[in-house]
Structures are given as C-alpha cells and as structure tokens.
Design a protein around this ligand. Structure first.
Ligand code: BGC
Length: 721
C-alpha cells in the first residue's frame, strides 16, 4: 500500500472509526474464540458497545493460530472497511518455549543468546498469530522489593542498553513485512517505572531530570535506536505527572528530541488512572491529556471512545491530533503487511512444527545454563554421579519455574529439577522429599524430609518463591525466603551434612541466613522450560556456572536501594581520615551488599594479572587501550566475564564510584590464558552536566578491571581536552 492509498484510507474513515483505531481491547470483547487470552489488569465494566468493538484497532492477549485467525476473520467481516486488527501480546521471554526470566538472561552477559531467545520467541509467537510483543521491558531497577525486577536485565544503564538492542534485534530482525517470523517490539515502560518508591508497584516516581537522563532513559533510547516500533507508557508519575498524560515526556522528549515516529500505547488502564492519580477530574479530561501528550492507543479503558468525539466537536481537541495517531497505527499495520495478509504469520501447521521444538528447547536450556549464578561453593559442587543425594524442598519436583510472565508456557512441560538430575545419576542415588510448601507453615512432611536426608551424602535443597510472589503487583517488603523454608534449612543443617541450596525466584533475596547454613548456593532464578535440565547440568558439572549478577543482592532489606554505581558521599566509610562515628554508614549492618553487581563463581579459578593502560594521558580524539591477562588456573573449563569500569574523580557533578563501560565473556580451558583488550575513548566518559549537557570533563579518571564490581585492579589516566 502506498502512502497515498494509506492517506485515502484515513480520509474514508468517519471520526468514530478513527477513534476506534486508537482503542485496544482484550480478547473477551471480541467474537471468534471462547479462549479468554491473557488478562493482566482489572476488567472493570467499560460500557463497550458492539459498535465500538467493530471499530477497534487492536486486540491484546490473543495468541494461538486458530484463535487469532478466528478473531481476525470475525473482525474483518464486521469492520466497515475491513481494517485488520493488530494482535498484541506479552511475549516477554518466550512463547511456549520459555527462556529464563529477563533478569536471569541479564546475568548471562550473553547478548547473542539473548538475541536468539527473542528471535525464537518471535518465530513461535508469529506462527501463533501475534504481530506485536509488549517487550522488551528495560526499566532500570534498584529495589528488589519491586516484583517486576524479574522482567528487566538489572541495575546498570549500559548493560540494560546492550540487552535492549539485542532483544529488539531478535524480535524484529530486519524485515517485519508479512510472514517473516518476527514481531514488532514495544519497549516499556516509558519512563522510569522501575524507580517506584519503596518498591511498591505503581507507586510514585520522582527524580531530577539529570538522574532520569543519566540512568533511566538510556535503555529505552537504545531500543529505539535499534528500530523498536512501539513505546508503552509507564503507570507512574514522572515529575508529578502520570506518564500517560505527560506531554514533556512523550511529545517534547520522545517525539521531539528523539524523533520517535512510531506508535505510543498506554499501559493497561493507565489513561483512566489519571483520575485516581489526581490530574484529571473525569474521563474526558483524561482523554484530553492523553491525546495531547501523544498516546496513540488507549489500552483497556474507554476514555477515547467515550469522549474524543465530543472533545473534537467542542473544539478542545484538534482532529489533526487524532489523524496523526491513526496514521501511525495504519503505518504499523502496513509495515507488518496486514493489508496484504491480515493473518500474517498465523499458521496452524507451522505453529505445530515450530512451537516448543527440539531446537528451541535446546536454546532455552543453553541460556538457562548461562543464566544461573553460583553464589557460594565450599567445595561441595559439582556433585559426583556416585554420591547419594537427598533432593528436598518445594522446588524439587515443581514445574512452577517459568516465572510470572509466561502465560503461554506450560508449567506441566517444564523440566523439573528431579527429572533433570536423573539424567546424570541412577535413580537409586537420589531420594526425594518435598519437606514443606512454598509459603504455608505446615510441618507434616518434615519427618519424611529428615529421614530422606539421613540416607544421603549431600542434601540438595530446592527453595524459592512461587511465581505469584514476584512480577506485576508482586511487591514484597520482606525479601527473605518464607519462614517455613528457612526453618527447614535450619533443621537440616543440624544433621551436619553438606547442603547445596538451589534457588528458584524472581528477585534478589535477603539470603543472609541461607549463606550461614548452606555450603553452596546456586541462584537459578526462574530458568524456564528447560530449567531442571540446565540446573542439573550445572550441579553435576556437565556445565560450569558462568552467570554474573546484574542486580546487587542486599545484605538486608534495610540497605535498599543498594547498587554498585552509587556515590562516595563527603564522608565515606573507610577513608584514611574517617572517624569512627561521623561517616556514612549503618550502625548495625555493612554498607556493602551481600553479593555485588557482576559477582558470580565458577568451578574453576581465574587469575587476573598484568593490567595496564596504553598511556597515562588520553589526548583529544585519541583512544587508550586497557589490557589484562586472564588465566584459568583451575581444573575445569569455564567462562569468565571480564568487566571494565571507570570513575571520573572530579566531575562537574558527582560521578558514581564505578560505571560499567565494557565487558568480555571469554571461555578458557584449564591452564589457558588470554590477553583481553578494551579500548576507551572520550565519548565513553561523557555524562549529563548540571545544565544537562552531555559532555566529558578533562582531568583524572580511574579505570577498574576485574571479575565483578568489587574485586578490581585500579589504573589511572588523565583526559586532556
Ligand atoms: C503491564 C504491561 C503489559 C500490559 C499488557 C500491564 O498490566 O504493566 O507490562 O504489557 O499489562 O498485558
């Protein structure tokens, strides 16, 4: 379809039909399928008429080739000009083949596998009739109480940006037109949703514009630079105004400064939520604010269909604003090839072939292996096949390891830990007992678990959070494991046998008491469909752990937010002239997190030596190189994530103690060494000044190189200008 044809189509639309294009409704509003699809928010009565549904431009939460085709077919027969529906859904970390949750994917530090996971998700979902995925979610996070930390790749703006690009490339590929096996991506939640106060979901966000630009915006921008087609607004306020009605954010910054000309969609119900937020007196005012701010599609409330017509007729809204929004939506439909084939990739036969295929499951297993993080290991792991193992705990035989954003995945098809372990040892070597529930305090299976443990050489204790304990609306104030699980651990500890704790969960937890009792801890997150197989590969040493944390694990929830790229303060702890009392510290706990950003162990050991920088001065327009020699000094092959950080020692505004600038994931055989080289240039030293100018300062910089953000070697150089 040419631009002129698209313009002609727009001109044929009545005002109501145009407004209809700006509405997104969930599956239950449409005819064609009994299937409810995915409901991810309140389903309040919306007073939607049949006429409104006919004109609606997009559907959410629809997937499955048969269902998607049926809904599209019914819609085309009713919509006056047969304008196809856009089918959108949350395909966040897999469609049926579920990959680890994004926070776990972040811990892989593996951009290629991350891209591949999105590509596979797109291949499966597009065969199931989906056109647009509400992903990637790239919100920067510093507060593990927030349940949605599992949806993002973590606390670092640079790393989050790299993953944002990788996910967009994977979902979208280079061509979206027609049946390409790809999906249009929708980056979310714009902006700064991850900074909800107190970690309570949907709560206020307030920060300086400098902070916003420096830490929170880069990953959204990176997704858009990679060609991401859509943006979803956040639920929260940004500088006092809810994102869905925030003109400065959407019109001035997103459209004006960043030149984004794709579709902006509100989050579920967020347009009408401007009323309880307290910036709109009624639905009409909410509609006015959203359309003026630049929200093209209203998701799951009816302020647009109920009020935009009157607002246009009364002259409050220029019809041109509506035309613009409709045009962007029609352009996306064209780009996806829907005018030529409204069913696009939906294909029942192909769906059967590609969905949950051997090849896809293999990829999920590979990424799960790379995503797990070994937090502690006092020479218990890897297990030996001949050892007698007591596998205990609520996740010993549990398929609830896909995470809360896997609505199309099947927990029944997920490989459970017990089954995964059976691939490495004879059944007679493992005795299994649940021990306790995830949360309920019943102790009736206690004895069985203790008896089981008595027979074993090693106890593998599979603990964690069920999937409802994190994710959207899944905030927790106490981020320890549920008491019953800690009690079970304490009981087992009394037996004096080595204990390996495997954790299945969606957030960094307060693990202090676990660390005291466990001899080894493997953080498996929600590892996805192949989770049990991947974790067992690691436990038995068929694979070596290589994941590194991308979000700090607090020592106590009292430290939160605790993150690696913090400031020094004027009275840092540990300074040579620091007094005992008057320094920035807690009286009762350390300042440092329990496990820092970048941290993770291996079954082998890596030695860093000979770190050097090519020159003490970086002249204008010249680069420096930083090199270090990394050797595998242990007896297993393994992968190391070599990390490069920088500190600007005297900025115009205070700069973080460390900022990640680059990394390399390298594989080394036992005894093997490699020289790792990074280049550093002036553009990497820029930051937002007090006047928001993005520039660097001449002066002294520290460079740190090492296996995590804590254990580093420091070098220095001067930037000349
Ligand atoms: C979530 C979004 C999601 C949307 C549609 C909302 O509740 O915040 O992340 O994309 O629902 O399912």
């Amino acid at each position: 379809m040419t631009d002129q044809q698209l313009q002609a189509l727009l001109e044929q639309l009545t005002l109501d039909e145009k407004i209809g294009q700006l509405l997104q409704l969930a599956v239950p509003f449409f005819e064609g399928t009994e299937n409810e699809g995915q409901i991810t928010g309140p389903m309040a009565a919306m007073g939607i008429t049949e006429e409104t549904v006919k004109n609606t431009g997009s559907v959410l939460g629809l997937a499955g080739a048969k269902e998607a085709m049926a809904v599209q077919k019914a819609h085309l027969s009713k919509n006056r000009l047969s304008i196809p529906l856009l089918v959108m859904a949350d395909i966040v970390h897999g469609y049926k083949t579920i990959f680890p949750v994004p926070l776990a994917i972040g811990c892989s530090w593996d951009l290629e596998l991350a891209e591949q996971s999105a590509e596979i998700a797109a291949r499966e979902a597009s065969a199931a009739g989906v056109h647009v995925t509400f992903a990637p979610m790239v919100d920067l996070v510093r507060d593990p109480r927030w349940g949605r930390v599992m949806e993002t790749t973590g606390e670092d703006p640079y790393l989050n940006s790299e993953f944002a690009r990788a996910f967009v490339r994977g979902f979208q590929g280079t061509d979206l037109t027609g049946d390409t096996g790809r999906l249009a991506a929708c980056v979310k939640h714009f902006a700064a949703y991850g900074a909800a106060e107190g970690g309570r979901d949907y709560n206020t966000v307030d920060m300086s514009e400098r902070q916003l630009r420096e830490y929170y915006l880069p990953a959204y921008k990176a997704a858009l630079d990679a060609g991401c087609e859509m943006v979803m607004t956040a639920f929260n306020t940004v500088d006092g105004i809810p994102a869905a009605g925030n003109k400065r954010l959407l019109r001035d910054l997103l459209r004006g400064e960043w030149n984004f000309d794709g579709v902006v969609i509100s989050d579920w119900g967020a347009v009408k939520e401007m009323i309880p937020h307290g910036v709109a007196a009624d639905e009409a005012e909410a509609a006015l604010k959203a359309i003026e701010a630049g929200v093209d599609i209203e998701m799951m409330t009816a302020c647009y269909p109920d009020h935009l017509r009157k607002l246009v007729e009364s002259g409050s809204v220029d019809e041109g604003l509506i035309d613009e929004a409709v045009m962007r939506i029609l352009q996306l439909k064209r780009k996806l090839g829907l005018f030529e084939n409204p069913y696009r990739g939906a294909d029942v036969e192909r769906e059967k072939q590609v969905v949950f295929s051997e090849e896809h499951r293999k990829a999920a297993r590979q990424l799960a292996v790379k995503s797990c993080v070994l937090l502690k290991n006092d020479s218990v792991l890897p297990l030996r096949p001949e050892q007698n193992i007591a596998l205990i705990g609520p996740f010993a035989q549990n398929g609830d390891i896909l995470g809360p954003w896997s609505w199309t995945g099947s927990t029944e098809d997920a490989v459970q830990l017990y089954d995964g372990m059976l691939a490495h040892t004879a059944a007679s070597n493992i005795v299994v007992a649940q021990g306790c529930d995830i949360e309920t305090a019943a102790e009736e299976h206690w004895q069985e678990a203790l008896n089981t443990a008595r027979q074993a050489d090693v106890i593998v204790l599979a603990l964690g959070e069920h999937s409802e304990m994190s994710g959207e609306a899944g905030s927790r104030a106490d981020i320890r494991l549920p008491e019953i699980q800690l009690k079970l651990l304490a009981e087992l500890k009394k037996m004096g046998k080595p204990i390996v704790v495997v954790l299945f969960n969606g957030r960094p937890l307060d693990l202090r008491s676990v660390v005291e009792s466990a001899d080894a801890i493997l953080e498996a997150w929600y590892p996805g469909s192949e989770g049990g197989a991947a974790v067992a590969d690691l436990l038995y040493g068929a694979e070596t752990p290589s994941g590194r944390l991308t979000m700090s694990f607090p020592y106590s929830v009292g430290q939160v937010p605790v993150y690696y790229n913090n400031f020094n303060t004027g009275r840092p702890q540990g300074a040579p002239d620091a007094q005992i009392r008057y320094v920035s510290q807690y009286l009762d706990i350390p300042n440092e997190p329990l496990y820092p950003f970048g941290y993770g162990l291996s079954y082998t050991a890596f030695r860093y030596s000979g770190a050097k920088i090519s020159a003490p001065v970086m002249p204008p327009d010249e680069k420096l190189t930083v090199t270090v020699n990394v050797s595998n000094t242990g007896s297993a092959a393994g992968e190391e994530v070599v990390q490069l950080y920088v500190r600007d020692l005297a900025g115009e505004v205070v700069r973080p103690l460390k900022e990640l600038k680059d990394f390399r994931k390298i594989a080394l055989k036992p005894g093997e060494s490699r020289e790792v080289t990074f280049t550093l240039e002036e553009s990497q030293l820029r930051y937002h000044h007090s006047d928001l100018q993005f520039a660097s300062d001449a002066g002294e910089f520290a460079v740190f190189i090492g296996p995590n953000s804590r254990d580093v070697t420091e070098l220095r150089f001067r930037l000349e200008k």
